[in-house]
Design a protein around this ligand. Sequence first.
Ligand SMILES: Nc1ncnc2c1ncn2[C@@H]1O[C@H](COP(=O)(O)OP(=O)(O)OP(=O)(O)O)[C@@H](O)[C@H]1O
Ligand SMILES: [Mg+2]
Length: 305
Amino acid sequence: MVIEADRRVPNQRLKREREIRGWSQRDLATLVDSTLYTVSRWERGLSVPHLSTLGKLCKLFEKSPRELGFTREDRAGGGQPASSVPSQPRLYDPAIPKSQVGGKGLVGRTELFTDFKRRLCSGKNVAFSALNGLPGVGKTTVAVELARDREVLDYFRDGVLWACLGIQPDIVGLLGRWGTLLGLASHEMAALTSVEAWAKTINAVIGTKRMLLVIDDAWSIEDALAFQVGGVHCAHIVTTRFPEIALQFAYDGSNVVHELNEEDGIALLQRLAPQVVAREPGKMRSLVQSVGGLPLAITLAGKYL
Ligand SMILES: Nc1ncnc2c1ncn2[C@@H]1O[C@H](COP(=O)(O)OP(=O)(O)OP(=O)(O)O)[C@@H](O)[C@H]1O
Ligand SMILES: [Mg+2]
């Protein structure tokens, strides 16, 4: 791996990647467990990160060291001109998972996805929505694709935040992450001692911004409600296995994610093991039926075929 410190040339690439996400140098420092001083030195070309920190930076930005300007030749030219940087929302949470479906798109969710997106981007009555269904049915997968969809990102131009809750979420820790991403100063955050205080502060800092907030995998309504923060132009999506949480959170904006029908189940299997599906269509149909059209099970089976 080539990592060179050129002590004269500022690292424009790192600076630009940070700025298009709307992060301050302090935000970046917090996200990779470093200091403001160190980040400033990287950007001024005065030092390069240690390997472990470089790994964190690459993971955070989903970029290679080269793309982050940590080679002499990359920094010297300053990288791409600013005009060729793709449009991105100002704040794009690094916790948003990678696409589970790559560039291939979701299987069997055209109607659900299109309707959901249309409602989200219509500006009407979309404040609280939910995706509900069985474990492994693909709720998070749909939410990730929404959070990565170009039209959704264009509409929620001020950014997307993501919180993955699970059974025992660290609510204050997760709100603290959002606070950091939103640019709250450490001393402001240190004064926040209750979930209510966090909500009030985050509401104030989001204000009239147009943001999408995704609350993934809620196991209790109280947990989910702690993340109903933001302002009038925010939309919230909760994903949950529990219908009662979906209904309470979203009123009429609750969507059931169903198991895949046989045709879509085969289509998913075909992506993973096309030759086996072509050779043994009957057996593959039985396989899809035997797992009840559950995408997680089909995906796991497909990887072993
Ligand atoms: N529509 C889809 N098209 C292609 N693959 C899918 C689809 N839905 C789900 N998958 C696959 O199934 C896996 C499991 O889906 P996912 O994690 O979204 O389920 P979930 O409903 O969120 O489950 P949990 O309740 O455990 O959170 C994904 O990692 C993905 O590989
Ligand atoms: Mg999930």
